[in-house]
Design a protein around this ligand. Structure first.
Ligand SMILES: C[S@@+](CC[C@H](N)C(=O)[O-])C[C@H]1O[C@@H](n2cnc3c(N)ncnc32)[C@H](O)[C@@H]1O
Length: 251
């Protein structure tokens, strides 16, 4: 069943997502960034930190990502009305043909290095392939996740909230739609969901990442409630509908 924490319109579950499939049943959009099955080196991905003079330093790395050693099987996630799966290029032989891929250009013209220039999401959304451009090179990050502003990495595979906002807009959801994110990480998708007036259910198996997600979503929701006018889109209802009856613990 897993620990469940409800924060505003977001339900966060600490569990193996395959054991809580019911939680995702009513999703209008299944959007997630799963382990790609590439056994990536997360120990080398520093969290960042700041010296007294505000100079960004490399912090300690992260543990290995759960499930990243086995090939990723997307089949349980393909039957939802709208689906976005990051890393689709790593498991495209197990995905249907699609036109609407989304490409995140992480270099924006900066000279390439050993890391990928872009990341790709498979989608079943109608329309053509689209590009989101946002510089993201190690600890150099454009936007709100800039290390000097945010203080460090929340997750070794953290993605920008602005990228998720771009993708959710592409999905053309009604306000209050439910976004399911079975491989939640630090809940960057959940933050975008709040900003765009959506409901969100996220699941994470790793205790440390789950706790990061809870802190991150709580801060985002508190900021949203305190200053709803900062957000251009319709806001989520102050009290979200109870998605799961009385079966979860309120935070
Ligand atoms: C690529 S990361 C997601 C990072 C996220 N995009 C972010 O911005 O923070 C995938 C996450 O899925 C989690 N995970 C792996 N297998 C899982 C499973 N079976 N159920 C739930 N979470 C899982 C991992 O612990 C990891 O945090």
């Amino acid at each position: 069943m897993g620990e469940r924490v409800q924060i505003g319109p977001c339900l966060l579950i600490h569990a193996d997502c395959r054991s809580v499939m019911d939680a995702f049943a009513d999703a209008d959009l299944l959007m997630s960034d799963p382990p790609y099955g590439v056994d990536s080196n997360t120990e080398g991905r520093g969290r960042g930190g700041q010296s007294l003079k505000g100079i960004v330093t490399k912090g300690r790395g992260f543990r290995k990502i759960d499930g990243d050693k086995e090939p990723f099987d997307p089949s349980p996630w393909l039957s939802y009305p709208k689906v976005v799966l990051w890393g689709g290029n790593h498991f495209c032989s197990r995905l249907p043909d699609a036109a609407g891929w989304i490409v995140w250009d992480k270099r924006c013209g900066v000279a390439p290095d050993d890391n990928a220039d872009c990341e790709m999401a498979w989608t079943n959304l109608p329309g053509v392939a689209r590009i989101h451009r946002q510089l993201w090179k190690g600890l150099i990050r454009a936007g709100e996740e800039n290390i000097a502003r945010s203080g460090g990495k929340l997750h070794p595979h953290q993605k920008p909230v602005a990228l998720h906002e771009f993708v959710i807009r592409r999905a053309k959801l009604q306000p209050g739609s439910l976004i399911a994110d079975p491989f939640m990480g630090s809940a960057s998708i959940g933050k975008a969901a709040i900003r765009l007036g959506m409901r969100y259910v996220g699941c994470e198996t790793d205790r440390e990442h789950f706790e990061t997600a809870v802190r991150s979503i709580r801060a985002e929701w508190e900021a949203h409630v305190a200053s709803p006018s900062l957000f251009a889109e319709p806001t989520a209802k102050a009290k979200a509908p109870d998605l799961f009856g009385d079966s979860h613990a309120a935070a």
